[in-house]
Design a protein around this ligand. Structure first.
Ligand code: 5RP
Length: 223
């Protein structure tokens, strides 16, 4: 998709020499990683922290120097995708199942950039199902709780089995349609035992780069 490529590649301009970079997950960041690898081949020196096994595999194959999160103090800039972004630059992430590591990497970053195509920009969060990463041991109790609260849960599947995250958890997607107050919902969900994290990324993105299918330039929104 042209819009994803434009946004994904543009973000590489924010990466400075001799820095630590967080690499997100998904089809838009794919273009960031490929472009970054080109710059690395031409002499750019960076160390990168990955947010998923799929990103680690791709980045390593392309010759990018990877480092685990526990070996560093902070990350200079993280570039990641998003499933929805509102006008306050709050978003939903985790469509690709990497929400937990994506949030941990974002929290360790001085600057967070999201790269998205224009379809991801919304007035109100919630049309995209909100992923909740849960401990497998209590997934049924959590599913029932979400159901009783009217949150329309579904357990994420992969090839007729439950989808398992890189951290060995399950994901329950909440089909909410509209999230009136994401801060209240985040607090409520994080209070539930067995919830590891949610796909609500609030006050985390500093910059959003939006690509369009019918334009050759991107739109950049700063917090
Ligand atoms: C993965 C994510 C992705 O960043 C999100 O799903 C966007 O992906 P894509 O760029 O493929 O549309 O949160 O967990």
């Amino acid at each position: 998709m042209k819009s994803k490529k434009l946004a994904g590649e543009k973000a590489v301009e924010y990466i400075q020499n001799n820095t630590l970079v967080g690499l997100g997950t998904g089809s838009t960041v794919y273009y960031t990683i490929v472009k970054l690898a080109e710059r690395v081949k031409s002499g750019l020196n960076v160390k990168c922290v990955s947010t998923s096994s799929s990103t680690t595999k791709l980045a390593k194959e392309l010759g990018i120097n990877m480092v685990p999160l526990h070996e560093i103090e902070y990350i200079d800039v993280t570039i990641d995708g998003a499933d929805e972004v509102d006008c306050k630059l709050n978003g939903i992430k985790g469509g690709g199942g990497a929400l937990l590591y994506e949030k941990l990497v974002a929290k360790a970053s001085k600057k967070v950039i999201w790269v998205v195509d224009s379809n991801k920009k919304v007035e109100t969060l919630g049309k995209f199902p909100l992923p909740i990463e849960v401990v497998p041991f209590s997934y049924k109790q959590l599913y029932d709780k979400f159901y009783s609260l009217g949150y329309n849960p579904s357990i994420r599947m992969l090839n007729e089995s439950y989808y398992v995250t890189d951290a060995q958890h399950y994901i329950i997607d909440l089909h909410l349609d509209k999230i009136e107050n994401p801060y209240v919902l985040e607090k409520e969900l994080k209070m539930m035992s067995g919830v590891v994290d949610t796909g609500l990324f609030l006050d985390m993105a500093d910059t959003v780069i939006i690509g369009y299918e019918d334009e050759d330039k991107v739109k950049i929104i700063e917090r």
